[in-house]
Design a protein around this ligand. Structure first.
Ligand code: ZN
Length: 449
C-alpha cells in the first residue's frame, strides 16, 4: 500500500469511527433518539441569574454544550393550548384545544375540561407510531385517556389517580396507563410520606415557611399553597416513574413533562417577596428609566424562591444525561411560556395569563451530535415537533405550522413530508372523579373560576 492510499484508508477509518461515535443510539440500534423534557413555565429570566450565582451548574453546562434560545409562544399563554401546539406542531385553530375547558356546554349544560379526546390532530407520538418507532411518554399535558401506541404511555391523570385515597377496587390506575397492565409496575413507587419526599427531593416546605412568616398567614386559606403537598407528591411520583422507564425501556422518543416550575411561580412573588419591594416595583412602572433595573431585581427575587425547584430539576436531568442512553441522543428541553410582571388595579402581578399583553415566551435548548452550541433566535412552539421528527429522520406532517431548527445543525438532511392521521380513539373511558380533580387543580391555580 503506497503512502497516499494508506492515508486515504486511515481517513476513511477515522471518519467511520467518528460517525459511529456521533451516531445517536438507544438500546443497541443506530437510529437517532430524542429525549424531550417539558418544563412548565420555565424561563431564562429565572435560570440565568441562578447560573450567574453558581447555583445551577448543570444548566450552565447544558447551555454551553447546546443550541438554546427563547421559545416564542402563543397568546394567551394557556398551558393546554401550548403543550398541544408543541406536540402537534400546529396552531390551536387546527388542533382544537383553545382553553382549559370547552367553550361549548355539554349535554348536561357543563363546560367540561378538555382531554386528549378533544385533540383533532396527530401528535408527535402518533407520527412515531405510524413509522414503527417507539415512544415512552410520561405525564404530558392533556394526555388522558392514553391510546394504544408502540411504547408506554403514562398519562397526566396517572399522578392524580395514583395518589388519591385507595379504594377497594384493584387496578385503580389502569385506565391512566397504556398498556393498562403496566400500571401495577409503578405501585411500589407511590410515596405518600410528605416529609420523606421533601427530605429526598430537597424541595422546600413552602406552606410551613409561609405560616412561619406570621401576620396571621395561613396556607390553608391560599388556593395553591393548600395543594402544594399534593403537587409535590405527584411531581416526585412522575419523576420516579419517568426515571424507571428511562432506565428500563428502549425508545426512539422519550418525552416527559414536569409541572412544578409553573406551580411554584404562581405563589413565589405573591407570598415570598416582601411588600416594601412590591411597592418600589409598582412605582417603577411609572418611571420608564428605572423599570428595567427593578424588573431584573424582581426576577432575581423570584429566582431565589425557585432555586430549589430548579436544583431538583437538575438532579432529575442528571439522571438522564449521565446515562449511556443520552450519550448520542438529542436532548430537547422546552417550556410553554415564562412569567412576566404587569400592573392591574394598582397592584403588581406576576403571571403568564393576562390576556391584555403578548404572552411571555418560554425556553428551548437542544444538545446532540451535530448541534452547534450557542444562542439562536426565532424558535417557536410550532417548531418543536417538526425538529424532533427531522432529528429522528422521519417525514414531517404536511400541515405543520413550524419548521425544524435547521440553522443550529451542522448537517442538512432531506426534508420529507407526509399526511399523518389521528387514529380514532380506542379508549373513551371518561373518569368523572379525575375530571373533577383536574378542575380543582385548575381552580387552585386561578385558571378558572
Ligand atoms: Zn404552563
Amino acid at each position: 500500500m503506497n503512502k497516499k492510499i494508506a492515508r486515504r484508508f486511515a481517513l476513511i477509518v477515522a471518519c467511520s469511527l467518528a460517525a459511529l461515535c456521533c451516531s445517536p443510539r438507544s438500546g443497541g440500534g443506530n437510529k437517532p433518539t430524542v429525549i424531550m423534557i417539558g418544563l412548565d413555565g420555565a424561563s431564562w429570566e429565572l435560570i440565568d441569574p441562578l447560573i450567574a450565582k453558581g447555583r445551577l451548574p448543570l444548566f450552565k453546562k447544558l447551555k454551553e454544550q447546546s443550541a438554546w434560545g427563547v421559545l416564542r409562544t402563543s397568546t394567551p399563554a394557556k398551558s393546554p393550548i401550548i403543550w398541544t401546539s408543541i406536540a402537534t406542531g400546529k396552531t390551536e385553530a387546527k388542533h382544537g384545544i383553545d382553553d382549559f375547558r370547552s367553550k361549548k356546554p355539554n349535554a348536561q349544560g357543563k363546560y367540561s375540561v378538555y382531554t386528549a379526546l378533544d385533540i383533532r390532530q396527530p401528535l408527535l407520538w402518533d407520527m412515531l407510531d405510524a413509522n414503527g418507532r417507539r415512544t415512552v411518554l410520561v405525564n404530558w399535558y392533556l394526555s388522558f385517556p392514553p391510546q394504544p401506541l408502540n411504547g408506554i404511555h403514562v398519562s397526566d391523570y396517572f399522578r392524580m389517580r395514583a395518589l388519591q385515597p385507595r379504594d377497594s377496587k384493584k387496578g385503580a390506575t389502569d385506565n391512566t396507563v397504556f398498556p393498562a397492565q403496566r400500571a401495577s409496575d409503578f405501585e411500589g413507587l407511590i410515596e405518600q410520606d410528605y416529609a420523606k419526599v421533601l427530605r429526598q427531593s430537597g424541595l422546600p416546605d413552602f406552606p410551613l415557611r409561609y405560616d412561619g412568616m406570621g401576620g396571621g398567614r395561613d396556607h390553608e386559606h391560599h388556593g395553591i399553597l393548600k395543594k402544594y403537598r399534593e403537587f409535590v407528591l405527584q411531581e416526585t411520583l412522575v419523576q420516579k416513574v419517568a426515571a424507571r422507564l428511562f432506565r428500563t425501556e428502549k425508545f426512539d422518543l422519550f418525552a416527559v413533562y414536569f409541572k412544578l416550575p409553573d406551580i411554584v411561580q404562581h405563589f413565589a412573588f405573591d407570598c415570598f417577596v416582601d411588600e416594601s419591594f412590591k411597592k418600589e416595583l409598582l412605582s417603577a412602572f411609572a418611571e420608564p428609566r428605572a423599570l428595567p433595573g427593578r424588573l431584573a431585581e424582581a426576577y432575581d427575587r423570584v429566582a431565589d424562591v425557585l432555586c430549589p425547584v430548579y436544583q431538583n430539576i437538575e438532579t432529575v436531568l442528571s439522571g438522564y444525561l449521565d446515562s449511556e442512553k443520552a450519550a448520542g441522543a438529542y436532548v430537547m428541553i422546552v417550556s410553554d411560556h415564562g412569567f412576566h410582571f404587569f400592573v392591574r388595579d394598582r397592584v403588581v402581578h406576576y403571571n403568564h395569563v393576562n390576556g391584555m399583553e403578548k404572552a411571555p415566551n418560554g425556553i428551548c435548548l437542544v444538545r446532540g451530535p451535530g448541534v452547534k452550541p450557542g444562542r439562536f433566535s426565532l424558535a417557536s412552539i410550532y417548531d418543536v415537533a417538526p425538529t424532533a421528527l427531522y432529528l429522528l429522520g422521519l417525514a414531517l406532517d404536511r400541515d405543520m405550522d413550524g419548521r425544524p431548527w435547521f440553522k443550529v445543525f451542522s448537517f442538512r438532511k432531506p426534508l420529507r413530508f407526509t399526511h399523518y392521521k389521528r387514529k380514532p380513539p380506542r379508549f373513551r373511558r371518561k373518569n368523572r372523579k379525575l375530571d373533577e380533580e383536574s378542575l380543582r387543580e385548575l381552580k387552585a391555580l386561578g385558571y378558572i373560576n
